[in-house]
Structure formats: C-alpha cells, structure tokens
Design a protein around this ligand. Sequence first.
Ligand code: HEC
Length: 479
Amino acid sequence: MAYTPKNGKVDYVVFGLSVFLIFCLLFESFMELPVWVAWLGRWHPLILHFPIVLLLVAIFLGLTGRPIPNLLLTLAVISALITAISGFFLGKETGGKGDLLLWHQWLGGGLALLSAIWYGLEGLPLKHKVPVKIIQVLVLGLIVITGHYGGMITHGEDFLALPKDKKQDIIPENPLIYAHIVQPILENKCVKCHNPNKRKGELLMTDIPSLIKGGETGTALVPGNPMESEMIRRLHLPLEDEEHMPPKGESPLTESEMGILEEWISLGASDTLQLEHLESTQPLTALIKEMMEPDPLEKWTSLPVVADTTLIGLGSDYLTISRLASTTNALKVNVYMPPQYDPQMVLKLEPIHQNIVELDMSGLPLGMAELAFAANCPNLEWLEIDRSPITDVQLDTLKNLSKLRLLKVYETQIGNQSLPILKQWNTLESLYIWSTQVSESALDELKRENPDLLIENGIDTEIKSYFQALDSIPKNENP
Ligand code: HEC
C-alpha cells in the first residue's frame, strides 16, 4: 500500500505545516516570537472562516456519499493548518493564557491535524471508508466546540448565556465600596480585556492585588495616589489617544465612575471600606449616593399601560398630558386656566390617576374635589397648587401622598396648621412657599427637623420671579 502523492508538492506543504504546528504546540514555552510574526496572528479572526466553510462543505459531501473535489479538501486542510498556526501566534501575543484559551488552542490544533490526517487518508487506496467517515464526524464536532471556546474568548465566557436580570446588580444599603461599587464598574468597562483568558498589556483587573501588581509597564494602582495610578492616568487621556482606556470604540467611563475610582484610590484602595465609614462631606459619599438612586425609568415600569389615544382623548387646549420619557407610562399633566373653569376638567383624569407623576394645577380656583383627586394619585411626585385659594383644610387631604418630592404652595391661604403635614412628608425634597400664612418661625422649625429639605421662601427674588414667569405665561396666553 504505497503512498502515492496525488498533488505532488502540495502534499509536502500540508506535511510541513502539520509538523510546524505540532512543533509550536509542543515547544510553546521555549518560543520567543519576533514582532512581525506576532502580527501575523492578528489575521486569525479573519481567516478562520475559510476552513470552517470549506471543511463543512467537504464533510457534507463525504457523509452523504458524494465525491469530494480534491481541490476543495486541499484548500480546506491548508487553510485549517494556517488558521491554527496564526491562532497560536495570536495567543502568544496576548500574553498569559487562561483555561479557555488553552482549550481553544489544543482543540483547534487537534482539528487542523485531524483534517491533515483525513487529507492523507484520501490519498491512500483504502478498502473501507469507515475510518474516513469517523474522522469527518470528529472534525465536525471539533469545529463546533473550538468555535464555541473561541467565541467565549472574544465575547466573554457567558456570551451564549441568556441575558441576565439587571436586578441582581442592586446595591445594598451600606455597600462595600470595592465589591459593590468599584468592581462592578471595572467588570462593565475593563475586565473583558483584562481577565485571565485575555490579559491585554499583561494586566489582570479582577482583584486589587493584581491591579497593584500591574502589567507590562508596571503597577496600575498606587493606593492613596490616584494621579500616580496608571489605570487612572489612562482614563483621562484624550479619547483618541492610543493609550486611552477603554480603547476607542468601547464605551468610556462616565465622569462619576471616574470620580468614584479616583476617590476610592485616594482613600487607600481598601476592600473593607463601606459607605457608612465615610464622612457625609466626602466627595465619594455623594457620588455613591447618586449611583444608588434607582433608575427612574425602572421604578415606573410597574405603572399601568396607557395608550397614546387615551392621552389624546383626555387632553385639550387647556390641559396637556405628556410622557416623562418617550417609552414610559409615567405622565406629566399641566392644567391651564380656561375661560370657564369647571372642576370636571381635572376630575375626568380619573382613568389615568395611577400614571400621573407630575401634576401642575397652579393658578386655578381649586376646591376640595380637585385636591381629593390629587390625593388619590398614588404615584404623584410633583404637585403644583400655588396661586390657588387652598387652605390648611385642603392641604390636609394630601397627607397620604407617599412619594411627593416637590410641592409648590406659594401664594395660597395655608397657615401654620399645615406644619405637621409638611413635617411628616419625609420624601419631600423641595418646597416652594412664600406669601402664605405660614410664619417664618414655623419654616425655621421645619428646616431644623428636615435639614435636607430645600425650602424656597421667596427671599431670592430672582428665583421667585423665574417660577412665576414659568407658571403664568401659558395661562395668560389662554385668556
Ligand atoms: C477592548 C479591550 C480593552 C478594554 C475594554 C480595556 N483595555 Fe486596558 N488595555 C487593552 C490593551 C490592548 C492594552 C495594551 C496596550 C496598551 O498598553 O495600550 C491595555 C493596557 C492597559 C493598561 C496598561 C497595562 C500595562 O502595564 O501596560 C492599563 C492600566 C489598562 N489597560 C487599564 C484599563 C482600564 C482601567 C480599563 C477599563 C476602564 C481598560 N483597560 C479596558 C485593552 C483594553
């Protein structure tokens, strides 16, 4: 059973490439590649498509009992060998190899060599076709598995996993600064290129000691000194700078993310530091508090769905309804003074009362019925009832609004009797209250009990006239 080279010199090429590949795989740790060879590795992601397609066609023909054109198999095998060798170069260039890369490398090498054996067998006058068929099935299996490992290397280990529920990222009450805040930022924006499987610049960003150890150019993190820390220096480079991190095309860090990393490093890059340990005046405290605010769009996802047609049907020249963001069911309602006011124009909003988050009824001759309607809007966060004839009695109806953040009650008849209600609203952030019966001392008392509440009492005339202008223009337009 003498071997008869079918393709003459081409057979030697296949043999030579196979030997070279085996050599690479076996003696990898003794090899030091010149730069231009490493550069060849960058073609791997492009050329790997050729052997996949060619081999799949050849396998299909073989398994269905059709003749495989010699040229097809030759090209398939040579491209498979070249792909495996280029992949080896690419892996060398990337530096430290993780498990995924090692698996991918050995599977890919095996795949190319098995294809070469198949090619060799095709040149022999075999009586039985069974061994060849077995090889074809094995090659098919290897293509799938190798491709999968390759995908995990480039897209991350869980890229075929179903999308994760974002809720699991919720930050606890008193977070650990490193584990709950810093690491997720790095995880999102850096780790996909700086992990054990893909260690760009030899830098691992999965834990603090690795950051301190650093990469090719030395330490990436100097505890206590953000400006000396390479990982921070690179964030501040101009976007188009070669060394900017993350590289061009990746989404850069936001200002507050950068601030958090810097402040955490300034404070010593500790992994035990918690929010509670920080002074409230620390810049890091504000940055983290801001980050912990729930995404407003997310908090509104449970609101009932309202159709655009409903909104158009309820609106009029004197009543506008708009969504707070294009995709949300949270609504903002503005009511303007019509020539003949009828409380019914507010009351007919009943079908969408759960969706109203902002309600502006300033300047209207409001009575009990409208206030009772407002009190029945469970998601109300923003309420303007300024320049209306309301009194303490009517304000009292609002006391169960549990999400109210902003209230405008200036130029109304309310007095000190409303103080207890204003005090119990712990969600309230801004209060616009001037020209009422509420005394200065009552406001001082409120301020003392609720120091975070912003009380705008009309002393700043600029703000006052700004809000008056903002609120009155549309109404004057509609006489
Ligand atoms: C798309 C891949 C990618 C992402 C994402 C990425 N890097 Fe890099 N990083 C690289 C490459 C490639 C190098 C090596 C080339 C160089 O030094 O610029 C590198 C090098 C570095 C180095 C220098 C290592 C050394 O010692 O030479 C630091 C520090 C660094 N990155 C930090 C970061 C930080 C911080 C982030 C996240 C904000 C990040 N990288 C995200 C690809 C990435």
